[in-house]
Design a protein around this ligand. Structure first.
Ligand SMILES: [Zn+2]
Length: 135
């Protein structure tokens, strides 16, 4: 997955804002390149669980469709565990084509970010390529 540094920064800031609860959002773009970050609400704010607010979810899906973009990733934070999918994340991974981006805030000053494809209980890490922003 390819993501601009400024977009990654936006994700980190959102995760930090929601701390100690999990933050979540959607990444749209085309192919494997992110071009928009949607920071959404966690429907049941909790330090151990996330569910994208369903109204937000539908609104974003519609916006993406109108803009001709695809859902290419879903991000959420782990506030007390590593950037690796939890058993619940695997059970609730409904998008086999999306990259599940997990931000760990175990070290809040240096958030760790990793991406995974989760398909039928198989977890495959995908590299996160961070683009420096053009000026
Ligand atoms: Zn998780």
């Amino acid at each position: 997955m390819i993501i601009r540094r400024s977009d990654l920064q936006k994700i980190f800031e959102h995760c930090e804002r929601e701390y100690p609860n999990e933050a979540c959002g959607i990444l749209s773009g085309s192919g494997n390149r992110v071009d928009t970050v949607y920071s959404l609400s966690n429907e049941n704010p909790s330090p151990a669980f996330y569910r994208i607010d369903s109204k937000d979810h539908f609104r974003v899906i519609r916006e993406m469709r109108e803009a001709g973009k695809e859902l290419i990733g879903i991000y959420h934070s782990h506030t007390g565990s590593p950037a690796y999918p939890s058993p619940t994340d695997v059970t609730l991974a409904y998008y086999p084509e999306a990259v599940y981006v997990i931000v760990s805030l175990m070290d809040r000053k240096n958030p760790d970010v990793k991406g995974y494809i989760i398909c039928e209980d198989t977890i495959t890490e995908v590299p996160m390529n961070i683009l420096q922003d053009e000026r």
